[in-house]
Ligand binder design. Sequence first.
Ligand SMILES: [Zn+2]
Length: 135
Amino acid sequence: MAVTLKERREMEKFIELLAFSTVKSFYPTAVLKYAQIDSLEAVFDFLIRCVEDGELKLIWEVKCTNDEIICARKLLKVDQKATVLNKNVCCDICGKEFTVTNYDLFPAFEITQEYRDLIREDLKKKKICTWIKLS
Ligand SMILES: [Zn+2]
């Protein structure tokens, strides 16, 4: 599923904004909403490309999937799914014990420090340029 140029630009803008902010990680759905794209798959494809380019890092969050009370507490954060798959975990909020499966794992993305530094450096330069023009 391909995105339009405008949609891709919106996604890039969102990641640049985040890189400049203090936000540590975000979900693909946040990008979907910001860029107003219909396909989560297209957003995910774009984000995976950013991972390959070194702008983002893919991480996996284990969430408590207690449906009775909709707990949804974030229990763990790992780089590799395999680290937690089939492991037993216990939620410290609702007390549910369960074995981690793919359904308990949710992808999230982190901005890499390298990309964050680049974006902040760019913005600083822009400010200095405006300042030079003004003086
Ligand atoms: Zn829980």
